[in-house]
Write a protein that binds this ligand. Structure first.
Ligand code: NAP
Length: 257
């Protein structure tokens, strides 16, 4: 297992115990990391409650990733408490429900802007905030979460697929940009896992049913498997890897039929 003793991480996107970001928090905290977790408005209590279950008590801070002032305040607090940062996890995504039902051709301009802002641009804004803190540690590791809907068409994924394509391209451009400062940027592309965000995709259960039929491992993945793969990419064990999208999907992506 990857060792995070003495490392500090910031994890964005914990809504509840099913969140993939929570699985990553558990994997890294178990391996010794001290964490800061963020919440958006309504989930403050949930995140505080969950955080009690981690070995070393995390910072719990608010952050709406569409707000530059929230992001500035977040990194100021993280820096004041941790004196730098070793890793950042970006697990935020959102698209308006109206744009996840009905014909893709009817995607609204505002809906497109919102989905791309929350789900892709925010990685750039957060990386910009994290970079000076990571410089204090001589480098760092940034990780985001994506889905195969970036490359292939899945039922009702729609504008989120476009946002994930932008997110994966963002991983590559950021990796090239911050690599000289010894900061790595990668993504885990997770197979379908039942979470709050997934519940927003109508027909999501049909996607969940297809994977066990076709994936080489003949099953779905669980959040802990995503958490452990993410922890690997965040850790020094992956120090030679950047700009990568690691598929954690029981092998589904290799199948043709
Ligand atoms: P989740 O638990 O619902 O997490 C999504 C998180 O994004 C929530 O904490 C949500 O907070 C947050 N978020 C949305 N808008 C935000 C904003 N403006 N500022 C800050 N946070 C915001 O669902 P999840 O499935 O774990 O999703 C985590 C990531 O994994 C997403 O990028 C998702 O696309 C990706 N992913 C999921 C699957 C899957 O099958 N579940 C597969 C592949 C990739 P609120 O609820 O408060 O809005």
């Amino acid at each position: 297992m990857s060792d995070f003793t003495g490392k500090h991480g910031l994890i964005i996107g914990v809504a509840n115990k099913r969140s993939l970001a929570w699985a990553i928090a558990q994997s890294t905290a178990r391996a010794g990391a001290r964490l800061a977790l963020t919440y958006q408005g309504r989930f403050e209590e949930h995140v505080h409650e969950l955080s009690q279950g981690l070995a070393s008590s995390p910072l719990v801070l608010p952050c709406d990733v569409t707000s530059d002032s929230d992001i500035d305040a977040l990194f100021a607090k993280v820096d004041a408490e941790f004196g730098g940062l070793d890793f950042l996890v970006h697990g935020a995504a959102f698209a308006s429900r109206d744009d996840l039902v009905g014909p893709f051709v009817n995607t609204s301009r505002d809906g497109f802007r919102l989905a791309l802002d929350v789900s892709a641009y925010s990685l750039i804004a957060l990386a910009r905030g994290a970079a000076p803190l990571m410089a204090k540690r001589g480098g760092g590791s940034i990780l985001t979460l994506t889905y195969l809907g970036s490359e292939r068409v899945f039922p009702n994924y729609k504008v989120m697929g476009v946002a994930k394509a932008a997110l994966e391209a963002t991983v590559r451009y950021l990796a090239a940009d911050v690599g000289p400062n010894n900061i790595r940027v990668n993504a885990v592309s997770a197979g379908p896992v039942k979470t709050l965000a997934a519940a927003g995709i109508s027909g999501f259960s049909s996607i969940l049913h297809v994977y066990p039929e076709r994936a080489p491992l003949r099953r779905n993945v669980d959040a802990a498997e995503v958490g452990d793969a993410a922890a690997f990419l965040l850790s020094d064990a992956a120090r030679g890897i950047t700009g990568e999208v690691l598929m954690v999907d029981a092998g589904f992506h290799v199948t043709g039929m």
